[in-house]
Design a binder for this molecule. Structure first.
Ligand SMILES: C[S@@+](CC[C@H](N)C(=O)[O-])C[C@H]1O[C@@H](n2cnc3c(N)ncnc32)[C@H](O)[C@@H]1O
Length: 241
């Protein structure tokens, strides 16, 4: 019997691609090929290998810097990947490029295989509808910061920690302030957050895609989501068999 090679890809690994390095170092996955790509000039996985006591790069790991995710997928044959994931990447990619990315993901994933992504909850409905339009069957789940911590990428840890710190500060405020002044402090904090998002939007005026604008407007119209129990989202997009 010919066994199909298991190939897993990570798009937009970031500077420290801890997730794909940990996967490749795990003896349970020694027969799986892992490839991580990022458009950054250099992805520093050497430090991660040293920290984990690895003497050399595992033979089943390839990390490509200066590599655009769409260009990388375009050069792969159809039905190539057993699984692809991308954490906090899609919000950095414009709508037109995302459409190409989703189409290429659909082409290069094997039937029944999945693309998973995590991001801030505001982007969930937009990304879900784009992935459905590309042909995927999509499940969407809102995540707590603790659930996001378990995902393991550097940005997942950083974003989850920021929300956990915010929740801790809010709990402290609640303990130290009267109900009325607590509400006033919380409202003030939300107003500052909304202002920060609005400033970002203004700064990007001109090169903002309609969808990017929609995502930011959604954020502005529902700032409570940023303060909710589940401020993140995971999308699992399956290519039908
Ligand atoms: C917010 S970081 C997330 C990094 C990592 N996934 C994590 O969760 O820690 C987004 C990364 O996507 C990369 N990126 C953005 N657009 C890209 C593209 N078109 N192709 C490849 N990488 C891209 C950026 O260079 C950046 O390292």
């Amino acid at each position: 019997m010919v066994r199909r090679v298991r190939r897993v890809g990570e798009l937009g690994t970031g500077l420290w691609p801890s997730k794909i390095v940990d996967f490749a170092l795990n003896p349970r996955h020694s027969k799986t090929e892992f490839v991580g790509v990022d458009s950054l000039p250099k992805v520093d996985y050497g430090r991660l290998l040293r920290e984990r006591g690895a003497k050399e790069k595992p033979t089943n790991l390839t990390v490509l810097s200066k590599t655009d995710a769409v260009a990388y997928l375009l050069a792969r044959p159809a039905n190539y990947f057993s699984h692809v994931y991308a954490h906090f990447l899609l919000q950095h990619v414009g709508f037109e490029v995302r459409k190409k990315l989703h189409a290429e993901l659909f082409r290069t994933l094997q039937p029944g295989a999945r693309f998973t992504t995590v991001d801030e909850a505001h982007y969930g409905p937009q990304f879900r509808s784009e992935l459905v339009a590309a042909g995927f069957v999509v499940k969407m789940k809102r995540l707590t910061p603790r659930e996001l911590l378990g995902i393991g990428s550097e940005n997942s840890k950083m974003n989850a920690q920021a929300k956990l710190d915010m929740a801790k500060n809010i709990r402290l405020l609640r303990l130290t302030l009267t109900a009325k002044s607590f509400q006033a402090a919380l409202d003030h904090d939300k107003r500052v957050s909304i202002q920060a998002v609005r400033q970002k939007l203004l700064a990007r005026k001109g090169n903002q895609t309609p969808e990017g604008r929609k995502a930011v407007e959604r954020m502005l119209s529902d700032p409570d989501l940023m303060y909710s129990e589940k401020p993140f989202v995971r999308l699992i997009a399956m290519k039908p068999r």
